[in-house]
Design a protein around this ligand. Structure first.
Ligand code: ZN
Length: 72
């Protein structure tokens, strides 16, 4: 699956997930280990336009701040 993360701090991640037979973009905020680790799923959307809107509402980022990560 493809995945993107922000270039500023790496805490914001977007992954493509297959949910109930449809691919959706999942926006996740990861917490550093010193804050207890873990992550929050902030939302799942079906289109890039919706992802752009979700980023604007829930993060300080725009699509341009995300960079695709290397496949594991
Ligand atoms: Zn960042």
């Amino acid at each position: 699956m493809r995945e993107w993360e922000c270039g500023c701090c790496g805490r914001w991640r977007v992954s493509v997930e297959l949910i109930r037979g449809r691919y959706r973009y999942r926006l996740v905020r990861r917490y550093p280990a010193r804050f207890g680790g873990g992550k929050d799923v902030l939302g799942e959307v079906g289109t890039v336009a919706e992802l752009d809107d979700l980023l604007r509402r829930r993060t300080p980022l725009t699509l341009a701040d995300l960079h695709e990560t290397e496949p594991a």
